[in-house]
Design a protein around this ligand. Structure first.
Ligand code: SAM
Length: 274
């Protein structure tokens, strides 16, 4: 039988040590401090076998979040499966800007398009308890994950299966946010790293990656209250295209927000109304 330290040493031949620690903690249901304090303990056979299986899958490229079954976003744990995009830290910027647009208003309505795990809609609902939050996705499997997350986290979000805004009839919102797919379909990164395991429909969208963004911008005006905001996350090299698309459609007060690396990753505008 191997010790905890021995199992970690063997695993680090195949995967990064930080990943190995996370996977072993998951198998043992243990915290980081416990693992360190029990380095010399022997690993029971069942735990060793479960750990070895996870190490093999990680070495094959499967993302840690799918192996653990969760990813932290905005300080909360969200369940994830291969049916949903793994929440990214950069998407917290979209949540922060969305919150600022709502302010102290108590009758505000928000819509998150392409909700995936629900991380954006659920975070907004929990941070803004006065807001009415709806969320849409075209994937029924993603919506099942999002609904489960909302229940587990105690968030009040109404989920709708919809091709972007197609199922929203005449409904209007004060704020529409979206982190849509925005990778160009020929981008070589799609066949590298974690992206290989994520749903293609959550990542890629057209030759220049802007098909979904074009559609959302074109349709949002019919679903925004006068003075309402549309906020979109996009790729690091799409800021100019977003500014042009928003302006050409009639959005005003266009804003572009930089991430911690100084790159514009969220663009938005206000719909002036009739
Ligand atoms: C980049 S993921 C974002 C997921 C989540 N909001 C996040 O930030 O982690 C894009 C999401 O858009 C959804 N999507 C793709 N095409 C769609 C469409 N035509 N209508 C609605 N949702 C769509 C995908 O299923 C996916 O969940």
């Amino acid at each position: 039988m191997n010790s905890i330290a021995g199992a970690l040493a063997a695993a680090r031949q195949a995967i990064p040590i930080a990943d190995a620690r996370l996977l072993l903690r998951h198998v043992l249901g243990a915290g980081a401090a416990w693992l360190e304090a029990h380095r010399d303990d022997l690993l029971p056979r069942s735990a060793a076998e479960a750990f070895a299986a996870l190490v093999e899958r990680r070495a094959g490229g499967e993302p840690v979040a799918y192996l653990l079954g969760f990813r932290e976003f905005y300080g909360r744990e969200f369940s994830v499966t291969p049916d949903v995009l793994i929440p990214r830290p950069e998407t917290e910027l979209l949540v922060e800007i969305g919150q600022k647009k709502v302010g102290a208003s108590d009758t505000v309505s928000l819509l998150d398009l392409g909700t995936g795990s629900g991380c954006v809609a659920i975070t907004l609902a929990l941070e803004l308890p006065q807001a009415r939050v709806a969320a849409a996705d075209i994937s029924a499997a993603a919506l099942a994950v999002a609904r489960a997350n909302a229940t587990l986290l105690g968030a009040n979000v109404s989920f709708v299966e919809s091709d972007w805004l197609a199922c929203f009839g005449g409904r209007r919102f004060d704020v529409i946010v979206s982190n849509p797919p925005y990778v160009a379909s020929g981008d070589p990164h799609l066949s590298e790293g974690d992206l290989r395991f994520e749903p293609p429909s959550a990542l890629a969208c057209g030759a220049d990656g802007l098909d979904a963004i074009r559609r959302i911008i074109a349709d949002a005006s019919r679903h925004l209250e006068a003075g309402g905001w549309l906020l979109l996350e996009h790729g690091y090299d799409q800021a100019d295209a977003l500014r042009e698309l928003l302006a050409a459609t009639g959005f005003v007060d266009i804003e572009q927000h930089r991430d911690l690396a100084g790159i514009v990753r969220v663009s938005g505008g206000r719909w002036p109304g009739a």
